[in-house]
Design a protein around this ligand. Structure first.
Ligand code: ADP
Ligand code: GLC
Length: 477
């Protein structure tokens, strides 16, 4: 049995901005189910939601600040959660990283540096809990200083750093390194320094004993300039200690047979019932309630990564076709505005909801016929897996985890029952439009469509296999 300290800046259902939370909410539970001793550590944000009781655990002093650590549990599980409670830094409303205008909180470096330092105190058991982990598993830039700081400790636990997204690196002006009181020996170009900036993510990439990312394809992609953002050389240098492990999904939370958020539960053997969700979705979005019109859905952060520009270019042409399109998301204000304008132009075809809505996300997965995910890059992506589980065929671009989890519908894959969606290659609106047309064609053959739906719904996206791979990795460190 391994003792694992799982360090993350978000975990569903405590706090979530994207897939990182889904993964950090479910992977530790999957590891605990494999009989591992796992504890999760996370900042105690104002917006953090827990239904479990919270108790004071201990107090620790770093950088002349007294920080409390509180203990709770992951809702509906036995997983221990340690909350880093420092109101000056974490008692902010809303999103953990940005203010209501989408601007990063001005003291993010200080906030997450403090969080990392506390995680190190816990990892070295200087908090006197008689619990010292064998492995500290860190996630994304917010936790990047942990492997760096641990690298200079004696008798330290092993470290794993998981990259969920290379596009977010935690870069700050060089002077910040001094303000944060970071050990001088970490400050050099082969350390935390990156083009005269302080890079949090480099703390993970340089100093972790092993680096993982969330799909095998993305693990290769980030070793190239297109996806590596200047860190491809470092990743190539460390490739012996770099691997891809595909994310799983939480099969209890995303289950069309028992989803409290949807209008009608259904399964691969009762697919006809899915239609009730489509009708409810059309009603919620004030679209004409017609079953025969194929309904496309999209949920996501409205950022460049997700190929929203490609969608915007295609929508006028899509609006001329026999289809409907619904979107739920928030992000880039310019994207939001353009989407709103298109919805106003084509009210019978295009409908959007700006914002974050957990229950509506489930209804879209259940009610749409097809799910659009034309990402320019996608480390793993979860919605294409949720979609398959809900028999909502994903249209994805062949990149990262999308390439690893969706099988294109071609004559041979339809024949051998592996087809589970529609895959296209080029990041262009023309290629996306072709994929949409191909989907409409497939949809016009109900028997084939249903066959692909059943293939998709029967695929195994559980965490078990991936959690076993992480465990194998911990054991080999
Ligand atoms: P990323 O982490 O890059 O945002 P993923 O596909 O890995 O992409 O995960 C996104 C997660 O966030 C999914 O669980 C998705 O349903 C959820 N999500 C994204 N935007 C919204 C939204 N506006 N409302 C509800 N859920 C959302
Ligand atoms: C990131 C990626 C996404 C991935 C998620 C969880 O936010 O953008 O592709 O699924 O992390 O690993």
């Amino acid at each position: 049995m391994k003792r694992i300290l799982f360090v993350t800046s978000e975990a569903h259902p405590l706090i979530k901005t994207g897939g990182l939370a889904d993964v950090c909410g479910s992977l530790p539970k999957a590891l605990a189910e494999l009989s591992q001793d796992v504890r999760l550590i996370i900042p105690n944000y104002q917006a953090l939601k827990t239904s479990e009781s919270v108790r004071f655990l201990c107090s620790v002093r770093v950088d002349n600040r007294n920080v409390n650590i509180l203990e709770s549990r992951m809702p509906e599980s036995h997983l221990t959660v340690w909350l880093v409670d420092y109101p000056t830094y974490f008692n902010y409303p809303g999103n953990p990283y940005v203010d209501e205008l989408g601007e990063p909180w001005p003291n993010n470096a200080e906030r997450f540096s403090l969080f990392c330092k506390i995680a190190v105190e816990v990892a070295m058991d200087r908090v006197h809990q008689d619990w010292k982990p064998d492995v500290v598993h860190c996630n994304d830039w917010q936790t990047g200083l942990v492997p760096a700081l641990l690298s200079i400790e004696h008798n330290r636990p092993s470290t794993v750093f998981t990259i969920h997204n290379m596009a977010y690196q935690g870069l700050f002006p060089a002077e910040t390194a001094a303000t944060l009181n970071l050990p001088g020996q970490l400050w050099h170009p082969a350390g935390l320094e990156f083009h005269d900036m302080l890079s949090f993510i480099k703390g993970g990439l340089v100093y972790a004993d092993f680096i993982t990312t969330v799909s095998p394809t993305y693990a290769l992609e980030i070793q190239t300039p297109e996806f590596g953002y200047g860190l491809e050389g470092l990743l190539d240098h460390r490739k012996e200690f770099l691997g891809g492990i595909i994310n799983g999904i939480d099969l209890d939370q995303w289950d069309p047979k028992a989803d409290a958020y949807i209008a009608q539960s259904y399964s691969a053997t009762t697919l006809a019932k899915k239609q009730a969700n489509k009708a409810e979705l059309q009603r919620r979005f004030s679209l004409p309630i017609i079953d025969s019109v194929p309904l496309f859905g999209l949920i996501g952060r409205l950022v460049e990564q997700k190929g929203i520009d490609l969608i915007l270019e295609c929508l006028p042409e899509m609006a001329a076709m026999e289809l409907q399109f619904v979107l739920l998301g928030s992000g880039d204000k310019d994207f939001e505005k353009q989407l709103q304008e298109l919805a106003a132009l084509y009210p019978d075809k295009i409908a959007i909801t700006l914002g974050y809505d957990e229950s509506l996300a489930h209804l879209i997965e259940a009610g749409a016929d097809s799910f659009l995910m034309p990402s320019r890059f996608e480390p793993c992506g979860l919605n294409q897996m949720y979609s398959q589980r809900y028999g909502t065929l994903p249209i994805v671009r062949k990149t990262g985890g999308l390439a690893d989890t969706v099988v294109d519908s071609l004559p041979e894959t339809i024949a051998d029952n592996t087809a589970s969606g529609i895959v296209f290659s080029e990041a262009s609106s023309g290629a996306l439009l072709e994929a949409v047309k191909r989907t409409l064609m497939l949809y016009s053959f109900p028997k084939t469509w249903k066959k692909i739906q059943v293939n998709a719904m029967n695929k195994d996206f559980s965490w078990e296999q991936s959690a076993k791979q992480y465990l194998g990795l911990y054991e080999n460190l």
